[in-house]
Design a protein around this ligand. Sequence first.
Ligand SMILES: Cc1cc2nc3c(=O)[nH]c(=O)nc-3n(C[C@H](O)[C@H](O)[C@H](O)COP(=O)(O)OP(=O)(O)OC[C@H]3O[C@@H](n4cnc5c(N)ncnc54)[C@H](O)[C@@H]3O)c2cc1C
Length: 407
Amino acid sequence: MSTNTFDCTIIGGGIVGLATSMILGRRQPGLSILLLEKEPELALHQTGRNSGVIHSGIYYKPGSFKATFARAGNRSMVEFCREHGIKHDICGKVIVATEDKELPLLEKLFQRGLENGLEVSRLSADQVREIEPHVACLAGLKVPSTGIVNYRTVSSKYAELIAGQGSIIRRGACVRAIKQGGGSVVLETNLGEFETRFVINCAGLHSDRVARMARVDPHAKIVPFRGEYYELIPSAHHLVKGLIYPVPNPAFPFLGVHFTRMIDGGVHAGPNAVLAFKREGYHKTDFSFQDFFETMSFSGFRKLARKHLREGWMEVRRSLSKRLFLRSLQRLIPEVTLDDLVPSHAGIRAQALMPDGQLVDDFLIVKGERSLHVCNAPSPAATASLEIGKAIAEQIPNLKTTSVTVP
Ligand SMILES: Cc1cc2nc3c(=O)[nH]c(=O)nc-3n(C[C@H](O)[C@H](O)[C@H](O)COP(=O)(O)OP(=O)(O)OC[C@H]3O[C@@H](n4cnc5c(N)ncnc54)[C@H](O)[C@@H]3O)c2cc1C
């Protein structure tokens, strides 16, 4: 094989692409694997801009990929961190109801936790205060298996192990076109062409576009939602011991603004969920005509917007007003003040949306002739990255044999 020819190429150096490369390298030793990342560094997008929570899987529909992957992923992530000495903390979390109307939803969540096989317990308001003394609520749940970690640190360890397997990671290599023919696939990048027998698309916010480059129609389109965070100033850190979440709105996959103690220090408050006008637009004013036009001209987005106009407008107002953001946080901890909050980073969720306006709730993996496309890998994909990597690697044919058609 020439230096630019590989058995398998993975597009995207976020946590999903990295986990997939590492696990595929273990399952098919001797395979030549290339990972292409368009940025100069790995894990700069969703993976490096999230809440850093090792989720338990309490929220997800029993039997869904999300539920199964989150539960197994929680265990495998903790095991991985222990094995490789990565700083993490299984601090547990509380989910709290602050209004009467949330109590039935909290009970539903408790039942869901049990159905998902989790150790979860009901808490009275006093019991919540024993764990989080500054929270005001009517009742709560305790989920002990939730933890915190830095997913960029995890990703760096994956990259180190990938290099140890002899696989190659090319940073700064953006895939611009995919040509198929004969027995192989040619990936055109700014660093030249790479030939490969099989492609795995883990391109996150660009995964639908990369799928279309390979002439695979995922049906869904990625719609970017920005999640903005504030940080508590050090003198307010004592208000939060671990992780404090509200009861989520069942109509949305996002979890509502919450307090998260970060593994590297500090406490984050957020994220909200506002439509981003650019797929990697981390500032409110970032705008891309192509991204904006694609979202606005997509019938699925227009249907979603019509259905959830009120919620969407509320998110925009909260994004523009620190006072409104504070009000959401004060529902959990009334003592937090405007002066306790300073703006922090933002992340963009790659949310797949169907033409009928339905948000794709579960992971979406679409097969092509010589390719596999991860077209929706929302939270808890960082937690579940090792499980997603395993599931993908299981679907890859033995690339040392002649046939590469995905079964
Ligand atoms: C605000 C927020 C909070 C979250 N909180 C949590 C949490 O607490 N716990 C949790 O488990 N999950 C959380 N998530 C979800 C989690 O971060 C993501 O599901 C996960 O990081 C997805 O990883 P990925 O590798 O698919 O995507 P990404 O990390 O976005 O990686 C995709 C990569 O592909 C590259 N790429 C794209 N196009 C090309 C191309 N053409 N050529 C080459 N490279 C390309 C990009 O540069 C990028 O590096 C959160 C997400 C967000 C946005």
